[in-house]
Design a binder for this molecule. Sequence first.
Ligand code: GLY
Length: 423
Amino acid sequence: MGRNVLVVGGGGREHALGWRLATSPSVDRVVSAPGNPGLAQLGPVHAIDPTDPAAVAELAERERIDLVVVGPEAPLVAGVVDELQGRDIAAFGPTAAGARIEGSKAFAKDVMTAAGAPTGGAVATGVRAEAFAALERFGAPYVVKADGLAGGKGVRICTELSEAREAVDDALVRRVFGAAGAEVVIEEFLDGPERSVFGVCDGEEVVLLAPAQDYKRALDGDRGLNTGGMGAFTPVPGFALEDVTYLEDLVFRPVLRELAARGAPYRGLLYAGLVETAAGPKLLEFNARFGDPETQAILPRLASDLGELLWASATGSVRDAELAWHDTAAVTVVLASGGYPGSYPTGLPISGVPAANSHPDVEVFHAGTAIDADGALVTAGGRVLNVTATGPELATARSRAYAAADEIAWDGVQRRGDIARLE
Ligand code: GLY
């Protein structure tokens, strides 16, 4: 008998996790909360608040869940895994103490430094004058980050000192991020391409997944505002899984030891955001969960049982995990609402998803979608759909992804045209 799995969350990452779990031999049933119309095609969805630990745990008990997989950071920071562990329910994801690695940028920098992992210089402070002095010390481009979770809006990269000081004042004086901006982290700017490396951890050991590249800016050529991610691809030339195993000892194991020494043994997904600088890879950030949309590109390449891997993480045995990968490339194109990452309309009818899904080697993952009162698929968020295609090479996967994305339309749909365009 396989396991019953509850996926917590309702974005494209959670649809991809649910989709891969549903094909895992170790998994019988996929339930999700709050889910989305894509996850609803895989199993029951429950409209609960995913950041309410008791509500998640009660649902897991009611549905006889063997493993809870927590997708987004907010439920982790809210202590959903702590509540589940307290009730002896296996959970994939760190406790609230471990999730501080994403929930506090100052904490993350402190851990990186203590672990000896390569990163840029930084000053964390709640004192305006100290923040201003750090800006002058590091110089332009100026990097100002709100310490806590700020819905993706807490990071500012400024060319002018006056603008950077305004960013400090937004956080410390005007309190636009509330408690999340009670401290700021002023960082040395790291120059180079960004890479995402995911380690599945069990408190002591780690197994790495195939690295991916994410596209954070809204517009082609890395212009426009920062977003949650407008596309991804894998493998990254010169940065494939076999090229990065040294990161296990340079970054992941030392950080796991440091967190355990601080009383926060880390289980779940540790996301290392790296910049390939001229002086080698340096850590930009950690996240406490799978990346979105990188997961939507990585998981279609995973040939082994995802359910077994996440179970091994939750129960402390990833050292025995042996992963197998399809020898393919994958490209994910995000389709977003017009106006995203600023304000955007919702409730707009979407056409073409079944046609896109019928393309060979294509999966359409739902992110910000809903079913309206008439049963029609409509937009319900900024990032609406993720079109992933696989192929023997990146170029093939890329043309398949864009051909399928061309089938999908709604009023104002926007996407980048340069995902995985390598020149
Ligand atoms: N794609 C960036 C993130 O998941 O944080």
